[in-house]
Ligand binder design. Structure first.
Ligand code: F6R
Length: 260
């Protein structure tokens, strides 16, 4: 795993955006894996800036969101259908027809999950997956003890995740109890992974993911099994890493031809 420690959130967004931009430039009809939440917003801001400047064209890129709440109307501003449309599809100039979000309103949830997996496969797989991380180590909404081989399916959100996400809703009770999320096995199939985290609240999860054992107790530790995963974090999120000096040294000495 490559660990990149940067001074602030804007710089995290800039470097992570450069990884995405590199993929889009090489494969303008490829597929992006999209995360919601606060962490990737700096990436989307930077990518929107580059798209507006004519440096990048997202009009033929496909997008697949990681997750969606179950039972939340898509018109609700915090449904991930709405969030992806507002923070990604429109600002980046993606074609809404090419952007998919898991179906949280399906009558037949297992069938909808299987269809989502099939749609990713039909698109040729995900070229680069953007990830945030929960304070409990979840990626997507794969809560601790999620199978490392899991595919898109329904999950029960932990009370901690519901409390963390209550800031987006009118009350803590309004946060749905269930979600549909790409599995850890689904995420591992993406050709490239870029995980971003900012702030000390994520420090413990980052340390467990990067330097702890591979374990379903910290779902993000599954990144250790991926052949091309990059973790881009600020100093706060890096504050519990034992080998932070080595990661800084590696980044400072990275050959120019190897970026990004
Ligand atoms: C959301 C998702 C989650 C978030 C995580 C961190 O699509 O995949 O794993 O990335 O909960 O959320 P923030 O960035 O809001 O702290």
């Amino acid at each position: 795993m490559e660990i990149v420690i940067l001074p602030d959130s804007a710089e995290v967004g800039r470097v992570a955006a450069s990884v995405i931009a590199d993929v889009v430039a090489r494969k303008p009809d490829g597929a992006l894996g999209l995360a919601t939440g606060s962490s990737p917003l700096a990436i989307y801001d930077e990518l929107a800036r580059r798209a507006a400047a004519g440096e990048l064209d997202f009009s033929r890129m496909r997008g697949f969101a990681l997750d969606e709440y179950v039972g939340l109307d898509y018109a609700h501003p915090e449904s991930y259908h709405a969030v992806i449309d507002r923070t990604v599809t429109k600002p980046l100039g993606m074609d809404p027809e090419l952007v998919s979000v898991p179906d949280g309103l399906a009558q037949d949830v297992p069938a909808a999950c299987a269809a989502y997996e099939a749609a990713i496969d039909a698109a040729g797989g995900i070229d680069v997956q953007i990830l945030g991380i929960g304070a409990n180590g979840h990626i997507g909404f794969n809560e601790p003890t999620s199978s490392l081989a899991s595919r898109t399916r329904i999950k029960t959100l932990t009370p901690k995740t519901r409390a963390d996400n209550a800031r987006f809703f009118d009350s803590p009770e309004a946060v749905p109890t269930h979600c549909v999320t790409q599995g850890l096995g689904t995420i591992l199939r993406a050709r490239r992974l870029v995980l971003v985290a900012q702030g000390e609240a994520k420090a413990e999860a980052i340390a467990a993911a990067v330097e702890g054992p591979v374990s379903a107790s910290c779902p993000a530790s599954v990144l250790q099994l991926h052949e091309h995963a990059t973790v881009v974090i600020d100093e706060g999120a890096a504050s519990r890493l034992h080998n932070a000096d080595y990661y800084r040294y590696t980044w400072a000495n990275k050959p120019e031809w190897q970026r990004y």
